[in-house]
Write a protein that binds this ligand. Sequence first.
Ligand code: NAP
Length: 407
Amino acid sequence: MEFNFLKLPEKGERICFSDGKVHAPSNPVIPYIEGDGIGPDIMRASRRVFDSAVRKAYGGRKEVVWFEILGGEKAFKACGEYLPEDTLKAIEYYVAAIKGPLTTPVGGGHRSLNVTIRQKLDLYACVRPVRYFAGVPSPVKHPEKLNVVIFRENTEDVYIGSEWESGSKEAKGMIEYLNRKLGTNIRAESGIGIKPISSFATKRLMRKALNYAIEHERSSITIMHKGNIMKWTEGAFREWAYETAREEFGEIVAEEGQANARGKILIKDRIADSMFQQVLTRPDEYDLIVAPNLNGDYISDACAAQVGGLGIAPGANIGDGVAVFEATHGTAPKYANQDKVNPGSLILSGAMMFDYIGWEEVSQIIVEAFGETIRQKRVTYDLARRMEGIAELKTSEFASAIVENIG
Ligand code: NAP
């Protein structure tokens, strides 16, 4: 592998992806992007937790070789680009990577680097597990009843960025075409956006969710859509998702109301607005949720809030092999370099990463020690301010408490 300016690490081997499986050596090189704002604080804390869990699991027989790759402001300072080609090449080459949050300027400047990474590497599934950790303050009475994994489509829908401003030549041209040729009645001064949803993208997402459900012994998949209104995009999403389950996994799935469903993965669907009610009123009836991009975005944050907030919500963007694990919150610039914020989101994303590369022991150690630390009421400011009589820990102190619990 040739890079323009990145230097290959001297030790360590590549993780490979073949026959639909991830194969990790005992000394995998894992690239990481530190991130902007609070990124350096949470990445530093997280890597201490990761290394400690790996040591605990394997007693020195296995070890991660961390490889810093650049993104965001640090990259711009080093080479004049926010997302250098080397960074994308390294992620693709080493298969699994982890990143802190990156700044996206509002209304101008560069495009979202996060969206660019997802699109360039075709990381089509955004996977967000949402579960409760005992002791985390939550706005609902029984947060422990929610334990879902959201599979959000990452490459289509209104997120493709094809939008034209009100009054622009493109918007006017589009409106004229639509009104004249297709009989619509769109107001002349409207802004216009495009919402594509394809069978290809829907089916590969559903396939990934089904494989995940099998591997992780999950019992149901709910297709979340607004197909009653948007028939040929979200309605089609529903149809194609059911089709994938029936045609490719027919032996092991059943649909709601079907006889002989015992032991099978139940496939059901819910209209998007009802889904928001259901996760609040009947949270234990949901397991995996498969959604188009925008629905998936909304429901992920709503579910994260229900179990205690974004500060501890992990996430991953996964393609066919290549995967980037990331904190789901942003760069929280007002807290940059204050050693203050919760590194939980990145730590739990790391646990997902170890699970993905087949180091399940490490993942389990991290999740258990994280849960134990919260149970001991040793938390950062964001949780401490919602708990009574709790002194807050710094980011680094919280990481030390987890390391102590790892033992
Ligand atoms: P944000 O960075 O997520 O911060 C919003 C608020 O969330 C913070 O002020 C803080 O709340 C809380 N928060 C975030 N991370 C936390 C943590 N680790 N621990 C505790 N509390 C945390 O959202 P934003 O201010 O809208 O976005 C800032 C920048 O991040 C933007 O440039 C945006 O584009 C970018 N962004 C990047 C990603 C990504 O890289 N994946 C994702 C989202 C946003 P309090 O003020 O209440 O303490």
